[in-house]
Design a binder for this molecule. Structure first.
Ligand code: NDP
Length: 307
């Protein structure tokens, strides 16, 4: 069995930041890059809200720069996928990779991210990140003076719809029920915004357009009637699914599968196992907050390993 000091699972902003801090602290970390090296940001286009880049930076380039910075301090990288784990409170952590390698680690940082929930309709793959986005904060400013649609009825959908009214000429909120899941205050703010129109009891049926989005066909689930909304951008705000399936029954997760942390730390329910980024953050889900959580996790791991 391979021995490691610190294994970091995941190579998004949380994973690489943990790598930078841990390698500078001489913890000799290894990052398992996972199924999508670089994480969700490699799927976006321009990142305009990461501090330090006044002209914006391509998501892929940002992740490449983070990786290079981690490697500069000798963070090692394995292009493999952790398939299963057996955690022991304060003991040795055992991990098995897809390629069959077994690893025993003194400490582990989980930074496996979360995947946005997509509508699951034909033509979705074609437009994903090219007209169909899961992040209004990231992509909203690209839709100035054109109509857009937001799918979902939770706080994210209300927040994104309200945010999008700064740019878009009109925002349709397409929700599958006639009652919002969102908190009262967020719902009221969205409902009183004259630029927002609610499309109730409706689900996305098809994205219209050849190369660019030209509309969203929605189906009323009560009447079956199809309506085409003339929009140029579509935002999925249907919640996120944390990538934590392999940790179920190994550490405490909340009811939606996000890793439960001890207060404002990176400590999980198992000593020696830490978590950072979107897999442990149902609320903010930004590159910068994930990076900050990666920093915390490396510092917590350093203290744990020193103890
Ligand atoms: P939620 O899980 O709260 O809401 C997801 C929404 O998407 C629901 O309205 C749900 O419909 C809908 N949905 C889910 N799956 C489908 C589907 N297959 N087809 C159609 N619609 C679907 O996720 P959010 O991201 O909105 O919020 C996550 C957490 O973050 C919450 O706790 C929220 O309060 C918090 N948050 C807080 C904010 C704030 O306070 N400023 C801002 C943003 C998020 P249905 O209602 O029918 O289930």
């Amino acid at each position: 069995m391979k021995q490691e000091n610190l294994v970091i699972i995941g190579s998004g902003p949380a994973g690489w930041t943990a790598g930078i801090y841990a390698s500078r602290a001489n913890l000799n970390p290894v990052v398992f890059a996972g199924q999508m090296p670089g994480g969700l940001l490699t799927q976006t286009t321009e990142v305009e809200n990461f501090p330090g880049f006044p002209d914006g930076i391509n998501g892929f380039d940002l992740m490449d720069a983070m990786q290079k910075q981690a490697e500069k301090f000798h963070t090692r990288i394995e292009y493999d996928f952790i398939e299963s784990v057996i955690f022991s409170d304060g003991g040795k952590q055992v991990l098995k990779t897809q390629s069959g390698t077994e690893i025993e680690a003194r400490a582990v940082i989980i930074a496996t991210g979360a995947a946005p929930r997509w509508p699951g309709i034909p033509s979705e793959a074609k437009f994903r990140n090219h007209g169909l986005s899961a992040c209004a904060t990231c992509d909203g400013a690209f839709y100035r003076n054109v109509p857009v649609a937001v799918i979902g009825g939770g706080d994210s959908a209300m927040e994104e719809a309200t945010f999008l009214t700064r740019f878009a000429s009109k925002v349709f909120v397409v929700h599958r029920r006639h009652e919002l899941r969102a908190s009262k205050i967020m719902a009221e703010r969205a409902m009183s915004n004259p630029k927002i129109e609610f499309v109730w009891d409706s689900v996305a049926e098809e994205i219209l357009g050849d190369r660019a989005v030209q509309g969203l066909r929605v189906k009323n689930v009560q009447t079956g009637i199809l309506t085409d909304l003339a929009v140029e951008g579509i935002f999925a705000a249907m919640g996120h699914v944390p990538n934590t399936a392999i940790f179920r029954d190994r550490i405490a997760l909340d009811e939606k599968g996000f890793v439960k942390l001890e207060g404002a730390t990176s400590l999980t329910s198992c000593r020696g196992v830490f978590a950072a980024g979107d897999c442990a953050d149902p609320r903010y889900r930004q590159a910068i907050t994930a990076a900050a959580m990666g920093c915390r996790a490396a510092i917590d791991a350093e203290r744990y390993l020193a103890g």
